[in-house]
Design a protein around this ligand. Sequence first.
Ligand code: UD1
Ligand code: CA
Length: 453
Amino acid sequence: MTTGCVILAGGEGKRMKSERPKVLCEVLKKPMLGWVLDAAEEFGFDKIGVVTGFKRELTEDYLKTRGDIPTFFQEKQLGTGDAVKQAAALISDTDCVCVLCGDAPFVDAETLGKSLELHKASGAGVTVITAEIADPTGYGRIIRENGKFTAIREQKDCSPEEDKICEVNSGAYWFDSKALLEALPKLTDNNANGEFYLTDCVEIIGNAAAYKSEHPDIVLGANTRKTLLELNERARQAVFERLMDDGVSFTTTDGIIIGADVKIGADTLILPNTIILGKTEIGKGCEIGANSYIENCKIGDNVTLDNVKACDSIIEDDVKIGPFAQLRPGTVIRRGVKIGDFVEIKNSDIGENTAVAHLTYLGDSDVGRGVNFGCGCVTANYDGVHKFRTEIGSHAFIGCNTNLIAPVKIGENATTAAGSTITKEVPANSLAVERGQTRIIENWQKNFKRKKK
Ligand code: UD1
Ligand code: CA
């Protein structure tokens, strides 16, 4: 049996008051559409397609970051039923198709699996994933006659009695592909919104099942900024709970945002105002924060990051960085390195036990083991047109205020004298001094001031 998944992402989301498609609104800095795609990919459908519409190019730009996902363009936003019609080519290529809403981020692979089991066992033409929630405002209501699920009624079309029903449509469904393709042309826009509702397929197909989820959160969707904030808060708390179960510590969770895909080891402490995003992995026994921003980094064990910004970098075990340091993309910090205040490192490899203690910029550099940088060292890696690399051998000593004009190479155990501007290779074991002679003029200030008067 081949399974397909159609994710609806064409709507404008007027209530968000955004210039961008609603499905790109973010929960924990990941677009809602990304959450839905993650669940779909984890489930492992044979085919996944996304229906785009409003500002399709923005949705397509995001999808490109996720691989090669086919899209179907819905020219006018005539409703969820019309949106699904656009994906007919994908549907007809499958036996069984799951429709998901790109604005309901908490659907998960486990629920998709269990609902498919019910769908197959019941022999239904359509199985709707539902949940009981305290406040059903805005959701389609599950209508049952003598307990049997017969229809979904949108809020605006509900009778006062139906309006009170708390079992709602999650917007996620399993369809027998053939039954869906037969039902879609029969949809009408004869309803309060004047839209083609996918939900009407339940009555058209007739033979319908409802899978009531144990986790009511999975139905939650965001149509407004207020509900988007609520989703963020729920997701944030869920991440904290998962991490605490894994042995991660928080003194307080104030101001801490950790993305859903972040992994952190036991005995690591996360301090306030710390944001950890993307595919970041952090080892055991670390102290991260306060005031740190970490994105897509791989961090080892026993690492201390104090007021650090680090993106797309690797930090090995036993490293101390901060306060007030930045690691820009492409940086590798090896075991035992110490990086102090006001240091920026970009696209560089810093060898084991090297110390970069204060006020230093290292860009496009390959630095060996046990190197010591004095205060205020700079690699001049850019001539305004091209970037060049700097190579520094193990145990070199780079004196305070050294400028290294790349491309340049400093040998092992070499030393540069404080204040030197190095433009040519310094051989191993040697000292490079680049300094003018000091002239001493006695009584200079006294004479100068007298002349001025
Ligand atoms: C829909 C369901 C409702 C359910 C709720 C769950 C219908 C008629 N109603 O309502 O029963 O409780 O989801 O969240 O289906 N979209 C398009 N093209 C369109 C319209 C929508 O691609 O023409 C996409 C949107 O981008 C969105 C999804 O379909 O991702 C759902 O659309 P939305 O307008 O948010 O539906 P709801 O009113 O939330
Ligand atoms: Ca919605």
